[in-house]
Design a protein around this ligand. Structure first.
Ligand code: C2O
Ligand code: CU
Length: 486
């Protein structure tokens, strides 16, 4: 887990995280209880939020409907949804419904799939979510800054039949870079950072606040939906004294399994659904620790058991399996094979490991980073957020089974996100990946080689990019086309 960067992340940053944890008194419930709806109005608007407790100053943020995290969008599997997004920011925006397999025109990539929503204007997103699970939404326009200032929210698509748990909880996790005065550090798009780990912050919030403790009851079974809405922070969560079971990744159910070494690895934009039988002692507290960065582990929160007798003597007998989603199974006998090679960044010989800047007309939106792009995919660097005229790196015929070999030739971690599809993860570094896992955001460790497969069944031009947003903005982005003409 070690990279050069970790030693350089300031101790002060860590202390700020810890201080925030100590000062907090709020105890957000996090229960997923809003009624599902087919009609939503979502306004992107500036607001103020108390991210790090009452003793710390308020922060000017950008929000969906005035709150951090933004309004929870609760949809039903297979039921048409209509979401009216209004822009009250002073700059253009769009909304990307991350992980939801929807029609291309609803994907929220400015220029590529829709015109940007200008200040004061609205856009209506309409789609029918085919998959139940945990998803999220965020801008795809000036993404690094807009997400970094707080524009993000969760989407929960309910199963057709309720899953047997005592409580269904959401922990929407976000990472902020705050100043002493409570402001958000400006300087988005620092070129040095963009070529390394990206903008890792100093304050991690759970449902919009630094969390001291989350209340639980002995004996209950909780479905816990984790969303990592950070710009760049990778998380590895451990639940002291508990044995969480992973039942879904990126919204897609997998075979229930305990995470390797008890650590739940959660890259930016990833989601993991856990089932946890709360078998701790009433009245006790158990730490939830993020120890991804060496020497910088911190307590995300604590599970605080209420006093009183357990809800039940033995764990619930109900199965942990979630119903599978209707994903098309790739035909491994007839797959078409392609490769995507990730290059660039610091400490891999030179800034650009690949063929340099070949993006042609795609070089706008460098956010004042100066110089060339920091990253490339197959030797090409698309920068920014997505815009008109992005030539696809690969074109697939609709309906074909595709196998992609993704090679990370860099010294850095990259959560690689593919729009419009979910990918069956076949192998990592030559070892088969168990538990029938599907992902839309594939976390790649330095030097990883991962094989994935999917059916190219959703026509359109789809982004594939790193979800460390400063990596995306500085070149780790491409377009894959599914040709709908047959
Ligand atoms: Cu979550 Cu292209 O994004
Ligand atoms: Cu990356």
């Amino acid at each position: 887990m070690t990279t050069e960067f970790h030693g350089r992340m300031s101790r002060r940053a860590l202390l700020q995280v810890c201080a925030g944890l100590l000062l907090t008194t709020a105890l957000p419930a996090g229960a997923v209880r809003a009624a599902p709806s087919t009609g939503y109005r979502i306004t992107a608007t500036p607001a103020r939020a108390r991210l790090a407790g009452l003793a710390r100053p308020e922060t000017d943020v950008w929000t969906y409907n005035g709150t951090v995290a933004g309004s929870l969008v609760r949809l039903r599997q297979g039921v048409p949804a209509r979401l009216v997004v209004k822009n009250r920011l002073s700059q253009e925006t769009t909304v990307h419904w991350h992980g939801i397999r929807l029609p291309n025109e609803m994907d929220g990539v400015p220029g590529l799939t829709q015109p940007p929503i200008k200040p004061g204007e609205s856009f209506v997103y309409e789609f029918t979510p085919p998959d139940a699970g945990t998803f999220w939404y965020h801008p795809h326009s000036n993404s690094l800054e807009q997400l970094g200032r707080g524009l993000a929210g969760a989407v929960i698509v309910e199963e057709r039949e309720a899953v047997a748990v005592d409580r269904d909880l959401l922990w929407f996790l976000a990472d902020w870079r705050l100043t002493e005065g409570g402001g958000i550090t400006a300087r988005f798009g620092n070129r040095m950072e963009a070529a390394m780990s990206g903008r890792v912050g100093n304050t991690v919030t759970l449902n919009g606040r630094v969390s001291e403790a989350e209340a639980v009851r002995a004996g209950e079974r909780v479905r816990l939906r984790l969303v990592n809405a950070s710009l760049a922070r990778v998380m590895a969560l451990r639940f002291d004294g508990h044995r969480p079971v992973i039942v879904a990744i990126d919204g897609q159910p997998c075979d229930p399994h305990e995470p390797a070494a008890g650590r739940i690895l959660l890259g930016p934009a990833m989601r993991v659904d856990l089932m946890i039988d709360m078998q701790g002692e009433p009245g006790r507290r158990y730490g939830v620790i993020d120890d991804f960065y060496d020497g910088l582990s911190y307590r995300l929160t604590e599970l605080a058991y209420e006093e009183g007798p357990p809800l039940r003597a033995h764990p619930l007998a109900a199965s942990l399996d979630l119903p599978r989603n209707p994903l098309p199974e790739p035909d491994l006998a007839t797959t078409e094979r392609h490769e995507l090679t990730l290059q660039g960044g610091m400490m891999s010989g030179m800034m650009m490991g690949g063929g340099g800047m070949q993006g042609g007309g795609m070089m706008h939106g460098m956010m004042g980073m100066g110089g060339g792009p920091a990253w490339s995919i197959n030797g090409l660097s698309m920068t920014g957020d997505g815009h008109a005229g992005m030539a696809p790196a690969l074109t697939f015929q609709r309906g074909r089974s595709i196998m992609l070999t993704m090679r990370n030739e860099t010294a850095w971690w990259h959560p690689m996100h593919f729009h419009g599809h979910s990918m069956r993860v076949l192998s990592r570094n030559g070892v088969a990946v168990p538990h029938r896992q599907w992902q839309d955001t594939l976390l790649m460790a330095p030097k990883d080689v991962v094989e994935v497969a999917f059916v190219a069944d959703n026509p359109g031009d789809w982004m594939l990019h790193c979800h460390v947003l400063d990596h995306q903005m500085s070149g780790m982005m491409t377009v894959l086309r599914v040709d709908g003409s047959n």
